[in-house]
Design a binder for this molecule. Sequence first.
Ligand SMILES: [Zn+2]
Length: 232
Amino acid sequence: MIPFLYALVTSAATLTGGVLPMYTRLRLVEQRYLVGFAGGAMVAIALFDLIPQMGTHNAFALLIGFFSIYLLEKSVMIHACGEAECESETHSIGWTAMIGIAAESLIDGVAIAVGYRAAPALGLLVALAVFAHEVPRGLTTTVIMQEAGYSRGRVWAALAVDAGFAPLGVLFAGLVPASSFDWLIGFTAGVFLYIGASDLLPDAHRRFNLRVVLSTLSGGGLVTLLGILLGK
Ligand SMILES: [Zn+2]
């Protein structure tokens, strides 16, 4: 129940990020700080919280998580990028992109549920990291789709998929037998490591900016500090 509520809060983050550029003039809001913060937080969760929780025999799951999200991202996904600096030709928005968006959100939901099952405090930390990256991700989805000339209705449909699949991921994780959870923790760690280090951080650092570096370090530092305080 609680992981489901966490996922609903992250859905609200996606919608908030997506609605802002549609109805306000916040299109070019300084989102690279948030992208850097989310990147730092996701790497710290993978290294500090998730990997120590998984058994060493799950190194294979870690590998699968990392490379499957890499393949998904390189083929179909829209990713969060700072200040609309994405090269637009790499983002074709169609059914394949929607599959990528849905899969990423589904994994977010699974990660929240898996983290919560391992330790309630870990579930909260994962939810915070998802929340932090979903605001820029929703915002990016809207900006890219509007620039590609999609109607408001289509943008809303994409945001609904993006927001709706996180709670579905929590429900899906409930169907997975407890014996597979150790494997899922490894998989999630691989996904978080990839998205944090290889997707969010390079996007936040297209141009050198010390404040982005500080945002990234505070994302990683806050997660580590909270992990210690909450005794994950
Ligand atoms: Zn996400």
